[in-house]
Design a protein around this ligand. Structure first.
Ligand code: ADP
Ligand code: MG
Length: 326
């Protein structure tokens, strides 16, 4: 059986750009750029809870980093450094193919974003992956959840609900063709973090969040943080070709509105920035959809109303993903 140190040395020691001291000592040393502030976040993926135990290891490596990059995107931060804490079963520590694929998925995405792996921890136990990420923002310029203003447009990047479709398919609640399932599982397991978009929205958007727990839940955080309400139009919510084919399913609306694992950005911006936002989407080749409007919050009124094409309110039972839901 390889030692903990063999594992780290063999699979996780890569060049660490922009780092004073990387893997190998008791702590890494990093030097933030002048006039920058640090954005720090962490996310854990638990086997059986966040991913199936037969998930492709390359995709899992990618996803472990992508979900953390997505938090940086939502802050408008430039990701710079990550640590990786792995709890591996005894079987996996001896599974060279699994380890090298996992490391390759993580490393490939890290290189794309020029993020340095600067340390971590390796322990034995049920498979669990924790990543901590550190990014930089220009002093006092970042996106948070509490800036939405009445009259703001509400925008969403990409498409909604495809990852949730994959899960419903795995739970045999929705039937997908092989090709459709392949697409939905690639969205679930290889999410794209909208890092460039987050950076470009600084100064243009009033607030942003990444949709990891479903649109309603995450937009709900913006609304409670900003003390505003909102109306969104179901017909304006962006759907993939695959989702469009399944819109007649009673589960489609739930996937689009409350499905987790989308990792798209939801943000609000003043109407006067509409052209500019469209331009940002076009230059980055990221589809951006205008889905609704922020309203003044009135006492006793609901925070969020979803309307169908005829203007009637859609009532949703499930609001989003909650780990502690019974
Ligand atoms: P310590 O005994 O001080 O906790 P470790 O033996 O856990 O240190 O780790 C040795 C070095 O390897 C440290 O620099 C640590 O940050 C790094 N490291 C440990 N596990 C990982 C991992 N999974 N990925 C990247 N670096 C790791
Ligand atoms: Mg340790």
């Amino acid at each position: 059986m390889p030692s903990e140190f063999d594992l780290i040395e063999h699979y996780f020691k890569w060049p660490a750009p922009g780092t004073v001291l990387g893997i190998g000592d008791d702590a890494a040393i990093i030097a933030p750029s002048i006039d920058k502030m640090l954005a720090v976040s962490t996310d854990t993926l638990v086997c059986g809870q966040h991913f199936f135990d037969d998930t492709d290891p390359f995709m899992l490596g990618h996803k472990s980093l992508a979900v953390n990059l997505s938090d940086m995107a939502a802050m408008g931060a430039k990701p710079r450094w990550v640590t990786l804490s792995l709890t591996l079963s005894r079987n996996l520590t001896e599974n060279a193919r699994w380890l090298s694929e996992f490391a390759a998925g993580f490393h490939t995405l890290a290189q794309t974003h020029q993020v340095a792996l600067i340390g971590g921890d390796t322990t034995c136990g049920p498979l669990n992956i924790n990543v901590q990420i550190i990014g930089e923002v220009v002093k006092d310029r970042f996106l948070c959840r509490d800036g939405a203003m009445p009259g703001d447009d509400i925008w969403v990047s990409g498409c909604l609900g495809d990852a949730a479709l994959a899960l419903k398919h795995a739970q045999q609640q929705i039937e997908l063709s092989d090709e459709e399932a392949k697409y939905c599982f690639s969205v679930l397991n290889m999410p794209t973090a909208r890092v460039e978009l987050g950076l470009r929205l600084i100064g243009q958007a009033h607030c942003a969040i990444d949709i990891s727990d479903g649109l309603i839940a995450d937009l709900g955080h913006i609304l409670s943080g900003s003390n505003q309400s909102a109306v969104i139009e179901m017909a304006a919510l962006p759907c993939s070709k695959v989702m469009k084919r399944h819109l007649s399913s009673p589960l489609a609306a739930e996937c689009i509105l409350a499905g987790g694992d989308d990792y798209e950005l939801c943000f609000t911006a003043p109407k006067k920035n509409r052209k500019l936002i469209k331009h940002i989407g076009n230059t980055l080749s990221v589809p951006l959809s205008l889905i609704g409007e922020i309203k003044h919050k009135k006492e006793q009124e609901k925070n969020l109303v979803v309307r169908d094409a005829k203007g009637r309110e859609i009532i949703m039972e499930k609001k989003g993903y909650d780990h502690f839901e019974s």
